[in-house]
Design a protein around this ligand. Structure first.
Ligand code: ARG
Length: 561
């Protein structure tokens, strides 16, 4: 469908073809600051020189001649040509477009089937799933959904943190202080307790660090006992994480974590060596990155590889395996330096695709203004938090709609939706204050509010007993027009949201639509009204767009709640 800007540009071009290209005209068209000045405006200053005429006069003359069915009025206002969209025609076109395309409304094809890999979630085994990992999961999944909506192929990779010296310490702590039953009973808190205990003890007795290193060395060398314990820790951790992913409804194409790259690390080190990039520094091997960045540590004195080494191996592997067009890492802001280093090392290795690696950072989740951390002994388990919110959502539902069928399922969708939306309504770089109360409000900019608006639209259609495909009469009144404008902005909002890696743009778009729709609903009778058929078509279009927008954010939209 053509945009109104395009229609306007073409009309102007028919008149000014000798002096300006359509592209130039399109570039100059703006949105008037005041509603009374119409929907689109073209400033005539650029033409003054060529036409040797004052812009005011150019505007006045042109406005007399420009006629287009898509505009109900074209008039001059000082040096501007203002156009008023023909609401009757436009509203019909927008609604019919949505009804025809349904959930494909707002699809783009510029991705052209190219692959984007997403590094998202990526929690560390044997540790609680943190709020940071929640943000990565939710933001990463939404951007991946948006990429698919724009025609890309998304590959979701959960790069599990399952390797590193800390597992040597953990194995030691388990053998020394742990028991199988305790870990079985409540794996993550127990493993976390052992890990914390190790650090406390090591402060008193630094020789423990050597024990930890020794066990990690054994693990790296494939020692059967170390491997067995590590594999078991990994399995129980993934079981716990999977419960969270099930609740959030997120799926991954690959769970290849850091350990997967064990046997691929020598090749990286060799390649760096061959390319003359490795330098010795205090017994360790590093790549120097000039004055702006600290050197990238590749191998420790004792031969152990590092986080960066594994990320280099995984970047090379992903390029080989997926031949990505772009490779995104949705990881907290505090790892910015790490990703700058990785990119720089890859560039030094001669890989021009390093430019296609992008770190997509985000801020923190705060509780009472402070970072929510898993402090010693006080483990906040995300799964429990989610369960608690779902329970709250359920009691909300019981109060509002006690007869609802499948209450449990809806409560889950509302509770989880509330958490996801609360995150995604903020620009990702901003810190987010965690508040269950705010999340679950049915008013204001919340997940439940949008779900509720969708359910309301569905309920109108249910009562009507039909879902119209066509619009008989268009809409001209302001309340309906606000809904139409919000609907028509959706496709462009999707594009911007994807290009700016900013799911908050989708939230904004949906909230605006929901508000306009609820105002329209408060003001006009739908069932039994004169224009019932068209109004129902509008209601249906709203339901379709909210549902699709929420889907992109990773949120379900129940038909009833
Ligand atoms: N496991 C890491 C952490 O929790 C995040 C991994 C991010 N992805 C990556 N490719 N480095 O800090």
């Amino acid at each position: 469908m053509k945009t109104y800007k395009e229609y306007f540009a073409e009309s102007l071009h028919r008149y000014f073809s000798e002096h300006l290209s359509v592209e130039k005209i399109t570039e100059l068209i703006e949105k008037p600051k005041q509603e009374a000045h119409g929907d689109l405006a073209f400033p005539c200053f650029v033409l003054a020189k060529a036409l040797k005429t004052a812009p005011q006069k150019i505007a006045a003359e042109a406005a007399e001649h420009i006629r287009d069915v898509h505009f109900s009025m074209v008039e001059a206002n000082g040096p501007y040509i203002n156009a008023f969209i023909n609401r009757e025609i436009a509203s019909k076109a927008v609604i019919e477009d949505v009804l025809k395309q349904k959930q494909h409304y707002g699809d783009h094809h510029f991705g052209d089937g190219k692959t984007i890999t997403f590094d998202l979630s990526s929690p560390n085994i044997a540790k609680p799933f943190s709020m940071g990992h929640l943000r990565s999961t939710v933001i990463g999944n939404a951007i991946a959904n948006l990429s698919e909506k724009c025609g890309y192929k998304a590959v979701r990779i959960n790069y599990i943190g399952d390797w590193g010296t800390q597992f040597g310490k953990l194995i030691y702590a388990y053998i020394k202080w742990g028991s199988e039953e305790a870990v079985q009973r409540d794996p993550i808190p127990e493993l976390f307790r052992l890990y914390t205990k190790f650090h406390e003890e090591a402060e008193r007795d630094p020789s423990l660090d050597d024990e930890g290193r020794l066990w990690f060395k054994r693990l790296e060398d494939g020692d059967p006992e170390a491997t067995r314990i590590w594999e078991w820790f990994r399995t129980v951790s993934l079981e716990a994480f999977n419960k969270i992913y099930d609740l959030l409804n997120v799926r991954f194409d690959s769970m290849n974590g850091e350990a997967f790259y064990n046997d691929k690390m020598d090749a990286v080190v060799e390649e760096l060596e061959e390319k003359g990039l490795l330098v010795e520094s205090e017994g360790a091997l590093v790549v120097e990155l000039g004055d702006d960045l600290p050197p990238c540590l590749i191998k420790k004195k004792d031969g152990a590889t590092l986080y960066a080494t594994r990320d280099l191996a995984s970047a090379l592997y992903r390029k080989r395996e997926y031949d990505f067009f772009e490779s995104l890492y949705v990881v907290g802001n505090e790892q910015s330096l790490h990703f700058k280093q990785i990119k720089e090392v890859l560039k030094k290795m001669g890989y021009d695709w390093a430019d296609r690696i992008e770190h997509v950072p985000f801020g923190m989740i705060l509780k009472d203004g402070k970072k929510m951390s898993t402090r010693k002994g006080r483990v906040v388990l995300l799964e429990k938090v989610l369960q608690e919110i779902i329970a709250l959502a359920e009691s909300n539902i019981l109060e509002k709609n006690p007869d609802l069928k499948n209450k449990e399922e809806v409560a889950r969708q509302v509770g989880v939706g509330a958490v996801i939306y609360h995150d995604l309504k903020h620009y990702r770089m901003n810190d987010v204050e965690f508040s269950m109360e705010d999340m679950l409000k049915f008013e204001g900019n919340t997940g439940p509010y949008l779900q509720y608006t969708h359910a309301r639209a569905c309920s109108i259609l249910r009562k009507a007993g039909r879902a119209p495909e066509r619009v008989t009469a268009g809409f001209v009144d302001d309340a309906s027009w606000a809904v139409i404008t919000a609907l028509s902005a959706f496709p462009e909002d999707i594009r911007t949201a994807f290009l700016e890696r900013n799911p908050a743009q989708v939230s904004k778009s949906l909230f605006r639509l929901a508000q306009a729709f609820n105002q329209f609903y408060a003001q006009s009778r739908i069932l039994g009204s004169e224009n019932e058929e068209s109004k129902l078509a509008l209601v249906r279009a709203v339901a379709i767009v909210i549902k699709e927008g929420l889907r992109l954010l990773g949120i379900k939209a129940p038909d009833e709640m």
